[in-house]
Design a binder for this molecule. Structure first.
Ligand code: MN
Length: 322
């Protein structure tokens, strides 16, 4: 068997017993049998996780709390306090395996200024690589004006913000009588792709040209749609909105994507052809995707050796400054 390509993985989750109550809100999306098994894997930072990384050649996993975390908290002060608490916990776990683990800050987006401060603390003092944000917070998205101080700090720190899927704040009619569509099968994709497009079309990346956004699941279907986004934007009722570039151009400057939970050759080739080979990064979505599924797939995917090296490790090392 040929040697494994060295990898950095970016959508690798953990859990802490005190945060299971928030996570349990997502249980509705997952089969009960998987939920129990996932919790055990999520709370392990030792043998089980490291062995899984070893088996598929992951040198370093950037860990993040399984969502939605404190973004589901009703009290803002509680959310801010508990975000600090879980970031301190993660930093302590990373310090036990500093070569193998990195971290994305968990942030209470209910208070944008406090979230910016906490991101800075996590990056500068705790050595984390960026932040993971679990979709909307109380129905508010990251293009909202209130997040200007947050994007300013993200730009200053030059770290990526990973938008992890979550459901919309309210269930909409099109999902009525279809619980299977509510969650990772479909509604997460619609929600997260829409969140990213809100950032593009609001001009957030014109105001913060250095901002770096990461999407999972090979870009939440968006690479497939870029030509149409450009073409229909031209003729849409823009309500006076202007952009400095074509919508697709932001996907080549401000947006990166991972292969988390998407192990299929054709969408990978589509993403490569549409956004280039420097913006796509391997991830597993541990433990919700089997490491072997993701690892065996990327090793055999129809890529040049250079593309495989970039996707598995080099693109992440550049983006995360590792
Ligand atoms: Mn995930």
């Amino acid at each position: 068997m040929p040697a494994l390509t060295p990898k950095i993985a970016l959508e690798e989750h953990f859990m802490h017993p005190d945060f299971v109550d928030y996570w349990a809100k997502t249980a509705v999306n997952i089969s009960p049998a998987l939920f129990g098994k996932a919790r055990e894997a999520l709370e392990d930072f030792g043998e089980q996780r490291l062995a899984a990384m070893e088996r598929i050649g992951i040198e370093k996993s950037i860990l993040s709390l399984a969502g939605p975390g404190v973004q589901a908290e009703k009290r803002t002060d509680t959310a801010t306090r508990r975000a600090r608490q879980i970031n301190d916990f993660l930093a302590n776990e990373i310090s036990k395996q500093p070569d193998r683990y990195g971290g994305f800050a968990h942030l209470a987006m209910q208070d944008p200024a406090a979230a910016a401060d906490e991101l800075e603390r996590c990056v500068r003092e705790l050595g984390m690589q960026g932040a993971m944000i679990n979709g909307q917070t109380g129905g508010t998205y990251l293009d909202d004006d209130r997040y200007a101080p947050f994007w300013e700090r993200v730009s200053d720190l030059q770290v990526p913000v990973y938008i992890h899927p979550n459901n919309p704040a309210e269930q909409v009619q099109m999902y009525n009588d279809h619980p299977e569509l509510w969650g990772p099968v479909w509604s997460w994709t619609v929600e997260t792709a829409t969140h990213a497009l809100r950032l593009v079309f609001s001009g957030t990346f014109d105001r913060y040209p250095g901002a770096r956004l990461v999407l999972g699941h090979l870009g939440e279907t968006l690479p497939y749609l870029l030509w149409r986004l450009d073409s229909r934007w031209e003729i849409s009722n823009r309500g006076g909105m202007r952009l400095q570039m074509k919508p697709s151009d932001y996907f080549k400057r401000n947006i990166w994507m991972t292969t988390s939970g998407m192990c299929a050759d054709a969408p990978l080739r589509c993403a490569l052809d549409m956004v280039g080979d420097t913006r796509i990064m391997f991830s597993v979505d541990y433990p919700f995707e089997r490491p072997e599924e993701a690892g065996d797939w990327i090793e055999a995917a129809p890529l040049s050796n250079e593309e495989r090296r970039k996707i598995c490790r080099d693109n992440a090392a550049t983006l995360l400054n590792i």
